[in-house]
Design a protein around this ligand. Structure first.
Ligand code: CP
Length: 320
């Protein structure tokens, strides 16, 4: 694996999941793999889980991790070709990225979309330009449209749960349900979850959302879209709750209908489903207390698995 930007960079998904679970069972099994290697983690946005789990994962492999809050502490970067840089940008990516490529062995980057211009956000210019000019492997810590380390974690968590279920579930029903939020959030987690789940064999994958929240079809091909949330939740084994802003009316909040929040009553029609969320979550807006504090919620365990997902990705790149 050269870069880790989406599921398409993964050669063998099952092998990657197994590797992550191997690290969960024995975190230090490859503790010299990253010796004398360095990962630079560039953050343009806040983060708790992604930042800390990536640092821990690197450390477990004996690798040094240096975090650079480039969004608040770095020079503002220019991405346009041939531009006269007499504005606010101080440095061109063509000059900055190669320097980082010399300082580090792997570069990891977190950016968010602006949610103003769909074409611009979906071009993934920021991460693409770093891939082009850094000349070292690049790992997405969440980009404008995808969050692959989160999605790998989600798959690991689902596979882990399926392996400990007392009854074999051969075709798990996995439901991604939209939830209300007070802010316009990116589509990244939903796009990415859809992309990774549809890459799995033998799942019944359903996405439910209010009208106007259709995701980009390139991520949802293979999923069933069901606009009736009650119908979607019937017999679900896993319910993934997430808000996203509209893709079609780009970046807009079209609904804040509190009826879309998951409650215990709605869970009655599921197959005692496990409830997932990438966190951070706004309690009693996006997800109710009664669900988050119930035994059905596996959100903490899911977030804990971020370490093993990151460790599996970093070790695969180091071995590559
Ligand atoms: N899920 C996730 O990416 O969390 P952070 O924003 O805290 O990194």
């Amino acid at each position: 694996m050269k870069n880790f930007l989406s599921v398409h960079d993964v050669i063998d998904l099952k092998k990657l999941v197994d590797l992550a679970l191997k690290y969960k069972a024995n975190p230090y099994t490859d503790q010299t793999l990253g010796r004398n290697k360095r990962i630079g983690c560039l953050f343009l946005n806040p983060s708790m889980r992604t930042r800390l789990s990536t640092q821990i994962a690197a450390q477990n492999l004996g690798m040094e991790a240096i975090v650079f809050n480039v969004g608040s502490e770095g020079w503002s970067l220019e991405f346009e070709e041939g531009v006269v840089m007499n504005g606010t940008s101080v440095e061109h990516v063509k000059d900055a990225a190669p320097v980082l490529g010399k300082y580090f062995d792997i570069l990891a980057i977190r950016t968010f979309p602006g949610l103003k211009n769909r074409e611009e956000d979906y071009s993934e210019q920021y991460i693409t330009e770093f891939v082009k000019y850094a000349a070292i492997p690049v790992v997405s810590l969440e980009s404008a449209t995808l969050h692959p380390l989160q999605s790998l974690t989600d798959i690991i968590t689902i596979e882990e749960h399926l392996s400990i279920e007392p009854v074999v579930i051969s075709h798990p029903k996995i439901v991604l349900t939209w939830a209300p939020h007070i802010k316009a959030l990116p589509q990244c987690v939903a796009n990415s979850f859809a992309q990774w789940v549809t890459a799995l064999d033998k799942t019944n994958f359903v996405i439910t959302h209010p009208p106007g929240y259709e995701l980009d079809k390139k991520y949802t091909t293979g999923a069933t879209i069901e606009l009736n949330q009650h119908q979607a939740l019937c017999d679900a084994d896993f319910v993934y709750v997430k808000n996203w802003s509209s893709y079609t009316s780009y970046g807009k909040i079209l609904s804040s209908d509190a009826d879309w929040m998951l409650t215990n009553e709605k869970m009655n029609s599921t197959n005692n489903a496990k409830v997932m969320h990438c966190l951070p979550v706004r309690r009693n807006v996006e997800l109710s207390d009664e669900i988050l504090d119930s035994p059905n919620s596996i959100v903490t365990e899911q977030a804990a698995n971020r370490v093993w997902a990151a460790q599996a990705v970093l070790s695969t790149i180091l071995n590559g």
